[in-house]
Design a protein around this ligand. Sequence first.
Ligand SMILES: NC(=O)c1ccc[n+]([C@@H]2O[C@H](COP(=O)([O-])OP(=O)(O)OC[C@H]3O[C@@H](n4cnc5c(N)ncnc54)[C@H](O)[C@@H]3O)[C@@H](O)[C@H]2O)c1
Ligand SMILES: C[C@@H](CO)CCC[C@@H](C)[C@H]1CC[C@H]2[C@@H]3[C@H](O)C=C4C[C@@H](O)CC[C@]4(C)[C@H]3CC[C@]12C
Length: 369
Amino acid sequence: MADSAQAQKLVYLVTGGCGFLGEHVVRMLLQQEPQLRELRIFDLHLGPWLEELKTGPVQVTAIQGDVTQAHEVAAAVAGAHVVIHTAGLVDVFGKTSPETIHEVNVQGTRNVIEACVQTGTRFLVYTSSMEVVGPNIKGQPFYRGNENTPYEAVHRHPYPCSKALAEQLVLEANGRKVLGGLPLVTCALRPTGIYGEGHQIMRDFYHQGLRLGGRLFRAIPASVEHGRVYVGNVAWMHVLVARELQHRAALMGGQVYFCYDNSPYKSYEDFNMEFLGPCGLRLVGTRPLLPYWLLLFLAALNVLLQWLLRPLLLYAPLLNPYTLAMANTTFTVSTDKARRHFGYEPLFSWEESRTRTIRWVQAVEGSAQ
Ligand SMILES: NC(=O)c1ccc[n+]([C@@H]2O[C@H](COP(=O)([O-])OP(=O)(O)OC[C@H]3O[C@@H](n4cnc5c(N)ncnc54)[C@H](O)[C@@H]3O)[C@@H](O)[C@H]2O)c1
Ligand SMILES: C[C@@H](CO)CCC[C@@H](C)[C@H]1CC[C@H]2[C@@H]3[C@H](O)C=C4C[C@@H](O)CC[C@]4(C)[C@H]3CC[C@]12C
């Protein structure tokens, strides 16, 4: 807990603070971090909602910038006590080139680390991903594993490759001397598939269901478990880890933590139905309606179409061989490392996470009419 001498003294920087997760981290910091004096929000695209935050007791500074530009990052980091680096390019649909994904996710992270070292910022939290571990290209299941569960992490897709490289950079930077001579303390959080208010893919599935007359068609066996975590709990874990890193550097520095809560283990589609069902959609079929080989064929066809159409338009459907492999491979975590190391307990129960997400989907529905 904050000692009174330190109350409202700290400057935090959140990169990617206007993204899906970033916005929740920003709002959670303002609600739950009593030591906060200034909150800097660094993003390529600043959201209009930032304006409403500027009237509170904490100084909110919005910085439009690009993590690939080292000088912009250094200027934003200078004077910050803690950096939460959540900016990244999340693309598993082929919207962006592999080079750009690498540039933003890897070089961007390198710039953040170097900025901390050069300007004397000591605490760095990195938003990594479960994909740093898997599912791997062999489609091997990871069943309720923890941070020490052996798993062959082999990637080919640019997104997981970039997250794995960036995470490694962050962990290797732990202990480096920053300006002033003190050591940098870093750690990485690995969320599974995040859901909740603002989740674009959930919105896409919802609209797809509406277009199909209120139905979605089962493509993945119900037995394939896919790890999911509520965005509010991911944000809460970021706030807590950033706070506790300052007190438990020896224990937490250089560590990775899966981001988890009490969301149930279900298939990707069955899990989505927890929210889309109450909003009027129905999942047709108790088993996949198409055989796997046909789905794989359609996924490959989408890749070909994407390539053929590229000169004319961006064709980036949800289904491609990589997303199919992800959805079709069991990958769930079961761990208490974050609880043991820094006292993490989910802030939102499953019931509350579910209710909040349903309300948000209903609001999306309302705004679409
Ligand atoms: N969404 C998930 O299920 C999930 C799961 C695990 C990990 N993650 C990680 O969480 C982080 C946030 O993901 P998200 O789902 O909120 O994605 P998002 O796309 O909603 O947010 C990313 C933010 O980063 C910003 N950004 C992108 N490129 C930038 C650049 N060059 N300079 C500055 N800002 C830039 C974007 O403008 C955006 O606001 C990412 O690092 C992602 O890898 C996401
Ligand atoms: C075959 C389709 C039939 O309905 C289903 C396709 C679903 C896919 C679009 C999603 C299945 C798994 C998702 C990913 C997963 O939840 C974890 C992720 C990690 C994170 O770092 C970024 C997002 C994502 C890659 C997420 C993206 C969407 C899926 C591939």
